[in-house]
Design a protein around this ligand. Structure first.
Ligand code: FES
Length: 527
């Protein structure tokens, strides 16, 4: 399929995108989240962008990319810029920056800067922020170097059973953050001593390793955190290379498997004042879900496993160059969209969800996930598509692409892995729904947070039953809401007070202990 280059100004971010994509999708792939209150239906008019050079205003959700383009995004169309820097229409929470004031006394420094960090199990993202204006100056990201000790939190917990090993994991993350700080400084042309405050969020295991708190108990039922509290420490104590007079703030965890990153998400999307029944989902190796309104909030964690990051899938990978990230049904066959505009080599999480949805649409697999007998597929008129149904290692498989004779395909076993991952998330959501006695249609908003959530196509996430069956316009992307929350918490003492209250208010539900879990999980396996 033909691809075009879209450049977004004033960010200077660019993306190669297929010809059928809208500017709303293109912006999302470039990491820019636009307002899309109507879910891309062309009704809310909140996603206006400007086509350059003629200055024509269009709705990003309705404009399909047909050529190389430069597009200016006004602040009013941005989801988080608007949300964090002003009260905005998306949130009632208004947090004045005030933390900087403690550094102003007797300080001749021109600028007081801070860094917000989201420590993910897989990636670490850091933002350099002006503590007075709240403006983001630079962003840097790196893979979490602890990955060499294991992909998921359980393997890190298993590794860090002695003080020495815990210290080794702590050093790995501190070194990584120091490198990110150095890169932020060089990108913004500032000195590290201008950075006074840092705010760190992450899941409870990442939080505990960062602080070198005991983590053995996190791997044993009842999976208790050693500390749920916020901590404030001098940079020297942790070996972080910022101004030695500064402060490192970590945020309250909610429970053993729901950490300060979830506290930050709830703060950023302002679930605490939500009138509508809201479900926030951060899909990752460990999926975190929060359900409720301003009156009551419940949280749970579900062990989705790393299938959506490509592990256990024959051609699975993370969202790297060469990964199929979209599979689209066209009139004659299927098209694939590949990250980096290069030849397909693998398939990442969003591509997996699309591929399964397309296979369901075509009837190649049934609701139980089983490949049907190819002789029953007379309704598929495309010879090209029929030829994609093959046998690989004795299993039925569906070929998504072929490069230089190498086929990229999904086998029956791959489909089962996707079912297990999606069932873990869906079962977690269903158990929270039972807790609040809600049907799917009672859920008025679904907020998809995190990098992965930003790339999946809601229609297909609904089709495979990853999310409750709600009208698609109720689903919204909120980008890296954990980092957005960390930025609020970096700047404002009001936000910190609010986080403390939230962490106490959110009721944690341990879903795996529920007697109905096995049944709910089994019923969530079907599409
Ligand atoms: S009009 Fe484009 S998202 Fe609502």
């Amino acid at each position: 399929m033909k691809h075009f280059l879209v450049i977004f100004e004033p960010d200077g971010k660019s993306v190669f995108i297929h010809a059928k994509a809208t500017l709303l999708e293109a912006a999302g792939q470039a990491g820019i989240i636009l307002n899309s209150a109507c879910g891309g239906k062309g009704i809310c008019k909140k996603c206006q962008v400007i086509l350059e050079p003629d200055g024509r205003q269009v709705l990003a959700c309705q404009y399909h990319v047909q050529s190389n383009l430069t597009v200016t995004i006004p602040d009013s169309s941005r989801f988080f810029e608007q949300k964090i820097l002003t009260t905005g229409i998306e949130t009632k929470a208004k947090f004045e920056p005030d933390i900087y004031k403690k550094y102003q006394k007797g300080n001749s420094a021109k600028r007081i800067l801070g860094v917000a960090v989201d420590i993910g199990t897989t990636t670490v993202v850091a933002k350099l922020v002006d503590m007075v204006t709240g403006r983001c100056i630079a962003t840097q990201a790196a893979l979490n170097p602890q990955a060499r000790y294991g992909d998921d939190v359980i393997s890190r917990i298993t590794y860090a059973q002695t003080e020495e090993k815990l210290a080794e994991l702590q050093k790995a993350i501190i070194d990584c953050i120091n490198e990110l700080i150095a890169k932020l400084c060089s990108e913004a042309d500032i000195a590290a001593k201008q950075i006074y405050e840092m705010c760190i969020v992450g899941n409870t295991t990442m939080n505990h390793i960062f602080l070198a708190l005991p983590i053995t108990q996190l791997g044993l039922a009842p999976y208790k955190a050693y500390s749920l509290s916020a901590h404030n420490l001098p940079p020297k104590k942790l070996g972080l290379q910022i101004n030695p007079e500064g402060n490192i703030h970590t945020v309250e965890n909610i429970a053993g498997f729901v950490g300060s990153d979830t506290t930050a998400v709830v703060l950023a999307v302002d679930m605490d004042s939500a009138e509508e029944m809201t479900l926030a989902v951060d899909i990752g190796t460990n999926g975190e879900i929060v359900l409720g309104t301003k009156d009551k909030l419940y949280a749970a964690s579900c062990a989705a496993g790393p299938a959506f990051e490509g592990a256990g899938i024959t051609y699975g990978s993370r969202a790297v160059d060469g990964a199929i990230e979209a599979v689209i049904l066209n009139d004659e066959d299927i098209d694939v969209d590949v990250i980096g505009n290069c030849s397909p080599r693998s398939i990442c999480g969003s591509g997996l969800i699309d591929a399964v949805a397309v296979m369901l649409d075509l009837g190649i697999i049934d609701k139980t996930g089983r490949f049907v007998d190819p002789n029953t597929l007379a309704h598929i008129k495309s010879e090209k598509t029929l030829q994609k149904i093959v046998k690989q290692g004795g299993q039925p498989a569906f070929v998504l692409a072929e490069t230089k004779g190498e086929k990229i395909f999904l086998t029956q076993k791959d489909i089962r892995e996707v079912q297990l991952a999606k069932a873990a998330i869906r079962a977690g959501i269903k158990i929270l729904q039972k807790q609040v006695e809600l049907t799917d249609s009672d859920i008025e908003r679904i907020l998809l947070a995190g990098a992965f959530g930003n790339y999946i196509r809601p229609v297909n996430a609904l089709k495979i039953g990853l999310l409750p069956a709600v009208p698609v316009e109720r689903i919204r992307f909120v980008g890296n809401a954990a980092l957005a929350g960390a930025r609020m918490l970096l700047l404002s003492s009001q936000a910190r007070d609010k986080a403390r209250q939230l962490a106490r208010k959110i009721q944690y539900i341990e879903i795996a202990n529920r007697k109905e879990f096995q049944n709910v999980f089994a019923e969530s396996m079907t599409f």
